[in-house]
Design a protein around this ligand. Sequence first.
Ligand code: FEO
Length: 405
Amino acid sequence: MYCVRKVTEDLYWVGANDHRLALFENIHPIPRGVSYNSYLLLGEETVLFDTIDWSGCRQLLENIQHLLQGRPLDVLVINHMEPDHGASLEELLLRYPKVKVISTPKAFMLMRQFGYHVDGHELIEVHDGDTLTCGGHNLVFVSAPMVHWPEAMVTLDTTNGALFSADAFGSFIALDGKLFNDEVDFEGDWIDEARRYYTNIVGKYGPHVQVLLKKAAGVLDQIRFICPLHGPVWRSNFAYLLDKYQHWSTYQPEEQAVMIVYASMYGNTESAAQALAAKLVEQGITNTVLYDVSNTHVSYLISEAFRVSHIVFASVTYNLGIYPVMHNFLMDLQALNLQNRTCAVMENGSWAPKAGDLIEQYLDQQLKLMTVLNARVSMASSLRPEQEGELDILAGAIAADMAEG
Ligand code: FEO
């Protein structure tokens, strides 16, 4: 059965939702699913903006056939070639061999790399700023390299104000009948998954996102719809979304908040982390969250690290090094370019507590602009009651730093 939604006048969402995929990119859990968005313009010519993941190809074809009503598919615009969007391209070429394909030179290179038989079809290469009239609509193509692959571009339809924004402004979570941002409780129910999507998928490329945001700012008055490749279409409240992107892409914390991440083998480091959390909350810092690094998928930790202003790393020493799962979290923070946070360290070690020095060294040498508070708590096997004062000093140092804000 076809399942389409009208975006505006002659533009339709023709994508699909996926509740079967457990791990996005075979890494990130998506317990609430994901949508792959594709948009069909029924103008004087018919234009499809991006295809979708192979898993939804049958649905895409059914949606397109339903709307085309026997008309040919004239043009296919590929903004982003990653297989969660480009994988159905080959099938579309087989079914609509006369379709003209518009994309960037790099995207055509990737199509060939992935083994799609694009040669022999009409291919139109576009570059940053190129314009084209298609289906009676004026399209402007804007390159968006590394948002999130090097070949990416976005397309602005200046006739109806639709910005086809590729991965930018996307989110995890399947749409399940809803389409627009005002049909979901984005701030209450979606923002955490939107942040987890952005930070883990695009987080590393903040400077590139900044370039795109600056380009978008120049044409903001022409944009009526932001049509990403995952998640809802935005038709209102652009300022809210742009503000989030501004924070994430410049690595500024969204909130004055504390995240305590602990690595604990027998519960003693966990107990110390809990005691610190209680002291912070007693000082009025109720925006404090606590995570067990061993039981929390790192994508959630990354997302929270982008949200908060202060991070406490509490770790046991393991084989005289950093506990491996904590080490993995640090490496992911580095890979995704997180910077500009205030940190604190708690360490444990029954033989010799080494984790504190090593974590601090990692933060200093591998990450950028990380400040480590000089109030480390160190414990041998467990935190002794007589060390409570050390926790007070650490909680006080965090509170004082937050007050300076
Ligand atoms: Fe949703 Fe970069 O692909």
